[in-house]
Design a protein around this ligand. Structure first.
Ligand code: GYE
Length: 371
């Protein structure tokens, strides 16, 4: 309902802008200039539309659904008054910025904070868990009312998190887990079902190959819950098949690392490789680059599967170079601030919330669904 009202309003605004531009240009400007100006204005309006739609996403709460048997929707309850967030100080302790997913996540939290009038303290730990712990301590010292934490690894943040909780700061863990306890180290944790994601890729690969083939695994950051659980999901699912893991190496969720690691694996195993499972799509795309550079054809000689579903992976699927990707949304801004608003309103928040995912292949890959 609310969305429709917005859209109607926006259409009126778009039209008004476009008309002003055209009227303003008809007298002496030649037509192509008028068109260019209209385009520019429409682009500006489109940006505004995006902002408003994003803001709307923050406000609107959807109804829970189970998606593809994976994770339960991240939904908490009826509409909540988000105006309580205005002027609040919230920390966001990001782990690193090494891939497209992470950058999209940071952007999501920062733009939601902006739209909601939250004073955001942002820190990037650059892949160092000790720095992330001290970032959290600094945020508490700076008077953060809440902190949103994307934990690099499961171990290393417990002390800082416990102190934050003891100081009365609300703690929302996002996207990865820690070896800790709700109520002690954090209030709630929102993430995807990583085991399910790994299982989905494995099941798809089994279908595609009849369960036979030599497999290379490119692992994410060691000690991170995302890497550990995706590994478990994949390896346990291929147990009992004739799929054999011939190389299993760390590439830290990063494309440059994946290119280098995959080049070495290709040198050692070359033509023997049938399948690559990468813990994320930036690494899958890195593997595809290395496969191509080695003179092999990704999608034909070697089947590649990954997780996340950025636009680049959607394109690779549509081009036949990547076989499958399971989506994992990086858009944590709206849900994090919704949780904070609910906490301020005194609602009880479940200690764990799961984000849903979707499997994309050549039949449903869509760049508009990527990030
Ligand atoms: O898949 C990856 C990122 O923790 C879910 O971390 C996240 C993962 C995501 O670096 O691309």
């Amino acid at each position: 309902m609310k969305k429709r009202r917005w859209i109607a309003l926006l259409l009126v605004v778009v039209l008004a802008f476009a008309m002003t531009a055209i009227v303003g240009c008809t007298s002496d400007d030649p037509e192509p200039v008028a068109e260019a100006e209209v385009e520019e204005v429409v682009e500006e309006v489109a940006e505004e539309v995006e902002e408003v739609v994003e803001a709307e996403e923050v406000e609107e709460v959807e109804i829970p659904e189970v998606v593809e048997g994976g994770a339960v929707g991240n939904i908490l309850g009826p509409d909540v008054d988000l105006s309580v967030l205005e002027g609040l100080t919230v920390g966001f302790a990001q782990m690193d910025s090494v891939n497209s997913w992470r950058i999209a996540q940071t952007d999501s939290v920062q733009s939601a904070a902006r739209e909601l009038g939250v004073n955001l303290i942002y820190a990037d730990a650059a892949g160092d868990v000790a720095k992330q712990a001290s970032d959290i301590e600094d945020m508490v010292a700076q008077g953060a009312d809440f902190i949103i934490v994307a934990p690099l690894v499961e171990d290393g943040l417990q002390g800082a998190l416990r102190s934050a909780m003891e100081a009365g700061v609300g703690v929302i863990l996002v996207d990865r887990g820690i070896d800790g306890e709700a109520g002690v180290h954090y209030d709630t944790a929102v993430m995807a079902d990583f085991i399910w994601e790994g299982q989905q890729v494995a099941e798809y690969m089994i279908e595609a190959t009849g369960g036979v083939g030599n497999v290379v695994i490119l692992q994410g950051t060691p000690g991170s819950s995302a890497a550990m659980d995706r590994q478990i999901g994949f390896t346990e699912t291929i147990e009992g098949t004739d799929m054999v893991i011939i190389a299993d190496q760390v590439a830290n969720f990063a494309m440059p690392d994946a290119i280098e690691v995959m080049e070495n694996i290709l040198q050692a195993h070359g033509d023997d490789i049938d399948i690559v499972f990468a813990h994320n799509d930036d690494m899958a795309l890195g593997a595809i680059t290395a496969i191509r550079a080695a003179g092999l054809v990704p999608g034909e000689d070697i089947l590649v599967g990954g997780i996340d579903s950025p636009v680049a992976a959607m394109e690779a699927i549509l081009a036949g170079e990547q076989l499958v990707s399971v989506s994992c949304s990086p858009f944590f801004g709206p849900i994090s601030f919704e949780i904070i608003a609910r906490m301020i309103h005194g609602e009880t928040i479940p200690p764990a919330l799961q984000k849903p995912g979707t499997l994309f292949d050549i039949n449903n890959a869509d760049v508009n669904e990527g990030f």
